[in-house]
Structures are given as C-alpha cells and as structure tokens.
Design a protein around this ligand. Structure first.
Ligand SMILES: NC(=O)C1=CN([C@@H]2O[C@H](COP(=O)(O)OP(=O)(O)OC[C@H]3O[C@@H](n4cnc5c(N)ncnc54)[C@H](OP(=O)(O)O)[C@@H]3O)[C@@H](O)[C@H]2O)[C@@H](O)CC1
Ligand SMILES: Nc1ncnc2c1ncn2[C@@H]1O[C@H](COP(=O)(O)OP(=O)(O)O)[C@@H](O)[C@H]1O
Ligand SMILES: [K+]
Length: 529
C-alpha cells in the first residue's frame, strides 16, 4: 500500500470520478455508506443512544450529512450540528438537500455550542483532508467544548484539525477521537506517535478509488501490509543443505547481557539460517551453548566483553550489537568489521551487516565511522539510538526527514523501531510496518529483530531490501501471534522467538505452484464412456 499527501488525495478523488464517470456526490455516498457499514457493524441503535454529527462546510461535512441520513434510515437517533461558513462544497449542498426534516439540525454559534451529554456518540465531520490552516475561533472553541464534554468521538476520515501529512503547531485545536474511520489509504498522520491521542484506533474502508492512479502515484511513503510481503520467502529446494541458507556470524553479549546474545541467536536460527556462529565473551560460553545448542560458539579471549573479530571469510552476513556494551576493545572490533566488510577481490559485494544497540551507540560516539558503512548495511535504532547518530528531532515529522536523509547519505537500510517501524532505504523510500503490538515493548524484542534480520540477510536469494522488509513484518507478526497466545502483558521476547516459525510460514513460497497434476477435462465428450 502507499500513502498519499492531502493534495494527492484530492487528485485521487478527481481521477476516480473521471475514470469511473461518477455522477456528483457518488464518491461521498460511497464514503458515507462505508462509514455507516463500519459503524452499524459495531454499535446498534440501542447501544449508540443519541448520535451527534458535527458537520463542517466542505466534503468532510458532506460525508457527515450523508452518514446522518443513513443512520436515520437505520433507526438510529441522530441530530446534526452545522458549522456556519461563507461557502459550502457542492457535495455538501447535495447531502444537505437530501437530509429529511425528521433529522434535527442546529447551527453552531459561539453562544450556542451543541449540548453534548457524557457518553454521547459524536461523529466528527468538521474538517478532513481539505484543512488549510490550524483551527481558530469558533471551530477551535467547538473542539475544546467537545474535549470537555467527554463524548465517544469517532472521526470521519481524519480527526478535525489534524493535517494529513504535516505537523500542526503544538497548541492548536485538534479533535481527540477514539476511532478514526478513513477512506481508501492510510494517512501519514496516523502512523506517528505524536498524533496517537487524536487518532485513536484507525480503520481503512475501501471505497473503490482509482487503482490506476494509486499504482502510478509518485510517493516515497509506503505501508507494508501482508500483500507487500506475500510469498517473499523463497521455498527451500528439495536438495538444499545447511550451506544453502548461509552461515551467519553474531557478535553479541557482555557481562550481565548474555540474554541479548541468546535471544538474537534463537531468532536467527528460527529465521531460517543454515549455520550460525556466535562470538561471545567467554563468561557466557556455558550459558550460550546450553540455551542455543543448534548454534556454534566462539568464546572471545576476554571474559566480560568482546575484543576480537574472527576471520570473516566463512560468513555470508554479520550481526553486531545486542548486549555488546561499549568497551574500547569492542569499538575496535566494530571498526575492524567495517573495514573488512567492504567489497574485495575475494568478495565482489560488501558483506551484509546488521548493526544494533550498543554498536549503534558506538557509531554515534564515533561518527567518522559512518563513512565506512558498506552499502546496504542494516541499522536498527530505536528513536533515541537514531538521534545519537544524527541530531535531536523537533517532532516525529522532522525525525522522518532526518531518517530519509541519513539512509540516502550513507546508502544504508535504517529500521527506525516503534509501533509503526519505519524502514528507510538508500533510494529515499520510507516503508512503515503494519504488524506488531504494545506487548512487544519489553526488553529483548529488538534483539530478536536483529537475529531475524541476520538470518534473512544471510539468505543468498533475498535481495537486501526484500530481506529487511520481510524481517520487520514477520517480527511484528510473530509478536502478534505471541500476544494472541499469552496476552500482551505477559509477553516476553522469547515468546516472539517461538512464533517466528509460524510467522514466516505465512510468507513462504509454495515449492510447487498450485496446478492440477493432470489436465482438467473441459469437454465432457472426451471423458470415459
Ligand atoms: N478522496 C477521498 O477519499 C474522499 C474524500 N471525501 C471526503 O472529503 C473530505 C475532503 O473534503 P474537502 O476537500 O472539501 O475538505 P474539508 O476537509 O471538508 O474542508 C474544506 C473546507 O473547510 C475550510 N477550512 C479548511 N481549514 C479550515 C480552518 N482551519 N478553519 C475554517 N475553515 C477551514 C475550507 O475553506 P478554505 O480553506 O477554502 O478557506 C473548505 O471550505 C475528506 O476528508 C473526506 O471526508 C469523500 O467524500 C469522498 C472520498
Ligand atoms: N507499541 C509497539 N507496537 C509494535 N511494536 C513495538 C511496540 N513497542 C515495541 N515494539 C517493537 O519491539 C522492538 C523493541 O526494540 P528495542 O527498543 O530495541 O528493544 P530492546 O532494546 O529491549 O531489544 C522493536 O522492533 C519495536 O518495533
Ligand atoms: K473529520
């Protein structure tokens, strides 16, 4: 899926109307029908009680009026409050004409804000993607009134006052919705933590927008859903052997943080790697060998931290960072790794690297090393680690700019972790992930991701971007499967590891395409007599 700007959304609207030869207001009616379908499926007339629809002067308000009509026809008790304006959109006027007199309509004024008893269901159809400036005056007073009233707010398309694709001033008025029901494609604003209190849970309803326009639209915002990674994992050929799926090297662990190495190793094994060797501080040798018998282990000469880089020749990918610590000797290991991973006569492509956790912090302290990053190196920072590599971000939108710029400048793949983990590519694309849940906000979840990415980068048949996009998606999916089994509160990182297999299985290619074994007879006369 892609994400469009507010301006592109308007173009998409128009392209759909032109391409499908739609009569006036047809798209608005589709949007209203989709919204009503979503709403009525969740809340019956009894449970809903009296519904207040707040309508602005544009097509968002038109949606609100058309929704009011549908809910009235469905026996819901609906009343409408209109925000007065100098001009109304054509679709608004159409919907207003069709609203029966039986639906009470009041005009909002400063002195007469609508009455909103607590727990009233309020549909916010004041402003949508046509918002041209922050709310002020009467609309802002109405939003404040709504917040005080404590209604159950559901936003139509987008909470009013929120820009679809850009930040609004810190103290500007924005509706706080429990649910946002949007049309066609997700909006960038939905994916950013700073907007969580406005957007609530969001839902996308299909309204048959032009697929041709969407396919050709120029945007660098993408949303990784199940379709984007369907069949992304190549089937394992019948005569494959452990060498076929790569030999990965994990550099991880320090005193007190051996668990990070154990989790990353477990995730790498479950991620389908052929062979895994872990170089760990020698104090962790027994712990590691006992907990990960499938992996090989090279104890470092140092007991408490890593101090030595093994010969890289046998390996197809290297992961460094989980539980590493920031000892000077480990910094030297990282430096040597970056120097040796570059393409050479014996290795035409740079060695795939995954850099995480303390290895990122070391890079942040020695930014001169960024110039050594081999092309397509994968960095997996959480927001604080990312800012140590760049600069503090003013807000979530600025952080995305920094992220995009960083990935392009250093020609690497940056996985900015969070609720909608964002993968930035050297081409300047940003791919937001759709899987995962707050149960994964628990120590060690990131180490699991590093292990999975290590396995997928060691896989010879997966190009760098596809491997990382699949890894991020499947990591979230494994977290979702784990949460379904244990609940979110009880979820620990090891549960994610245990669900990697089922998560990847959903995206494995079929070994044999699904075709019948024998020709299907279409002409009965050729069949047996
Ligand atoms: N593509 C789709 O998926 C579909 C989209 N549809 C729906 O259309 C919606 C977009 O409609 P829209 O373009 O008419 O804009 P909308 O947000 O209603 O408001 C514009 C009006 O508000 C005004 N205004 C703006 N800011 C203001 C402010 N701060 N304070 C005061 N006034 C302000 C602005 O005035 P102006 O900026 O000209 O001064 C103008 O009059 C979209 O969100 C969805 O619900 C569906 O019907 C069909 C499928
Ligand atoms: N609220 C959330 N929703 C979805 N995924 C989450 C959420 N919180 C954390 N995660 C995921 O869990 C992982 C946490 O990584 P990280 O912060 O590095 O943890 P740790 O350092 O403890 O291993 C990331 O992949 C992140 O995307
Ligand atoms: K709205």
């Amino acid at each position: 899926m892609i994400i469009l700007s507010a301006a592109q959304t308007r173009e998409l609207d128009q392209a759909t109307i032109d391409e499908q030869h739609l009569p006036p207001a047809a798209l608005m009616e589709r949007a209203a029908t989709a919204f009503a379908h979503w709403f009525c499926g969740r809340l019956g007339p009894e449970e809903a009680g009296e519904i207040l629809v707040l309508c602005g002067p544009g097509n968002n308000g038109g949606d609100g009026l058309a929704i009011a009509l549908l809910l009235h026809q469905g026996n819901y008790a609906v009343r409408v409050a209109l925000l007065p304006a100098g001009k109304y959109s054509a679709d608004w006027l159409h919907a207003r004409r069709h609203l029966p007199a039986a639906v009470p309509v009041a005009e909002i004024t400063e002195g007469q804000l609508p009455e909103i008893p607590p727990a009233t269901v309020v549909l916010d159809a004041l402003f949508g993607t046509g918002l041209s400036r922050p709310l002020a005056g009467l609309p802002a007073a109405l939003v404040a009134h709504l917040a005080r009233a404590g209604g159950r707010v559901i936003a139509v398309d987008i909470p009013s006052g929120l820009f679809a694709d850009a930040p609004q001033p810190a103290d500007s008025a924005v509706v706080r919705a429990r649910h946002t029901v949007s049309f066609g494609l997700p909006k960038l604003a939905f994916l950013l933590p700073q907007n969580a209190d406005f957007v609530g849970e969001w839902h996308i309803e299909d309204i048959g927008l032009s697929t041709r326009f969407i396919a050709g639209a120029a945007t660098y915002w993408h949303y990784t859903d199940a379709r984007a990674v369907a069949r992304a994992l190549p089937a394992r050929p019948k005569f494959s052997h452990k060498g076929t799926f790569g030999h990965a090297l994990l550099l991880a662990g320090s005193r007190g943080k051996m668990g990070a190495a154990v989790l990353a190793a477990g995730a790498c094994l479950r991620g389908g790697v052929g062979l895994l060797t872990a170089q760990i501080p020698s104090l962790g040798y027994d712990i590691f060998q006992i907990s990960q018998p499938e992996a090989m282990c090279r104890p470092d000469p140092q007991a408490d931290y890593l101090s030595e880089l093994p010969d890289l020749q046998p390996y197809q990918a290297v992961g460094i960072g989980p539980g590493l610590g920031q000892h000077a000797a480990s910094l030297a290991v990282l430096q040597q790794l970056l120097r040796e991973a570059v393409a050479s006569q014996t290795r035409p492509e740079p060695l795939p690297l995954i850099i995480d956790a303390d290895a990122l912090n070391l890079l942040g302290q020695h930014r001169e090393l960024l110039a050594l990053l081999p092309e397509n190196t994968v960095l997996t920072p959480h927001p604080r680690e990312f800012e140590r590599l760049t600069e503090p971000a003013r807000d979530d939108y600025h952080r995305l700019e920094l992220l995009r710029d960083f990935a392009q400048t250093h020609r690497c793949l940056v996985v900015l972790k969070g609720a909608y983990t964002c993968l930035a590519t050297p081409t300047g694309d940003l791919h937001f992930n759709s899987t995962g849940n707050p149960g994964m906000a628990t120590g060690g979840s990131g180490d699991v991701l590093t292990g999975m990415l290590l396995a997928l980068r060691a896989h010879a048949q997966l190009p760098a971007f596809e491997a990382v996009r699949l890894g991020v998606y499947a990591h979230g999916l494994a977290g979702d499967l784990a949460a379904a089994a244990t609940g979110q509160a009880g979820l620990v990182a090891g549960d994610i590891v245990r669900h990697i297999g089922p998560a990847l299985r959903e995206h494995e290619q079929n070994v044999y395409p699904e075709i019948p074994f024998w020709p299907v007879r279409t002409n009965r006369s050729h069949g047996p007599k």
